[in-house]
Design a protein around this ligand. Sequence first.
Ligand SMILES: C[S@@+](CC[C@H](N)C(=O)[O-])C[C@H]1O[C@@H](n2cnc3c(N)ncnc32)[C@H](O)[C@@H]1O
Ligand code: SF4
Length: 436
Amino acid sequence: MNLDDMLAATRFQSYVYAYPHKTAYRRIEPALPLGPLWADEPRRDSLFLYLHVPFCEHRCGFCNLFTRPVPADELVEAYLATLARQARIVRDALASGGSFAFARAAIGGGTPTLLDAHQLERVLQMMQLPAGIPMSVETSPETALPDRLGVLVAGGADRISIGVQSFVEAECRAVNRPQDPAIVHRALRAIRDAGPATLNVDLMYGLPAQTAATWQHTLGSALEYAPEEVYLYPLYVRPLTTLGKKGAEATDRHRIELYEQARAELLAAGYRQISLRMFRRGALPASPVYCCQDDGMVGLGCGARSYTRGVHYSSEWAVGARGVRDIIDRWIGRSDAELGCADYGFVLDAGEQRRRWLILSLLSDEGLDLAAYATRFGAPALAHFPELAELAQRGLATHVDNRLALTHAGLAHADAIGPWLYSEQVRARMQEYDLT
Ligand SMILES: C[S@@+](CC[C@H](N)C(=O)[O-])C[C@H]1O[C@@H](n2cnc3c(N)ncnc32)[C@H](O)[C@@H]1O
Ligand code: SF4
């Protein structure tokens, strides 16, 4: 796609938090044993451990994350049993290639705090993390309970991220997320009381019937808790979600106006914009982010992705209730041998590795370090990706200290610039993906 077509289309094309997108993953045959796969990973001393809990107390109408609502107790127990088995198998596989260490961790979902305090303790034991490394955990208003948060903070969580979306009950109801604002306030107080962890609040804009006034109320209510980070998510209506099936729409104009309003509000309140979605306050140490260009990520759990430099892999993925249920059931029944292999994912050749580095760098506030790129890949980024020059010509990116960084206009178009940089191969695979 040329840049003009890209700019003429909606700027809300796709949230690029990883590259390649999981809909470009396919079966890997023959399956790759994890020991040899990880043996040659360059930075084995600073791996990122991600653990996925694919359960929630309900399925929100906008959400296409890999999660199953209201799981039976037996299902959760069976899941934790397989998770413990997988943690041991993956650890043994990593150790077979020599020494390794985790430098960062995250527990995500779904809603990890759907697990009770005792189950969370078991999860932390499975992870066997060294003391003092940064660890982020996702939670929701209903499940951010003091005993669960206490276990997590005592176990090393130094960042708690809560999905709030809106402080207006009717707006949440309209997107099938039953949520009492009093419960949200209770949860935010509980997180602050749990200890000195960084607080991140997720908010959404472009919700049906959301106005400048209700958005202002939501922003102001969140800022009462002085969160160190705020993520602002533009609403996407995605296939197979309840909103998607209802034919709901999110217009560009609505989202753009609310984005500009929130950006101005947060900058005035002392926040710095890190990416289209992320705003951060104060001089914090860098908190764990999900898509560092360089680090190996070891995923545990059904729905978790793992990244070596050359292979990205995971379990299969679905959005629809039946698809998610079947994938979780199959995953729970996996043999030790199956848990010890990568059999579904994407093999990145040299070109895709360069492209991944480029996209993830450019979409973050640090921008693309041109010298580091040339050193690492043996040629200037502009030689590999001449189309980058167009971004600067259109005022979407600028050169600062030998970095190519998005401008304000570029950040606002990040969800279009990311997909514009996808390779033909990834684009074609995503288009032919059969979403069930
Ligand atoms: C794992 S959830 C957060 C934790 C917890 N499950 C909750 O919802 O409270 C990740 C975040 O993705 C965002 N999100 C999910 N689907 C979205 C969509 N279709 N459009 C915009 N944002 C979305 C929401 O802001 C949500 O808080
Ligand atoms: S937004 Fe959060 S609570 Fe809602 S379905 Fe998605 S992961 Fe679950």
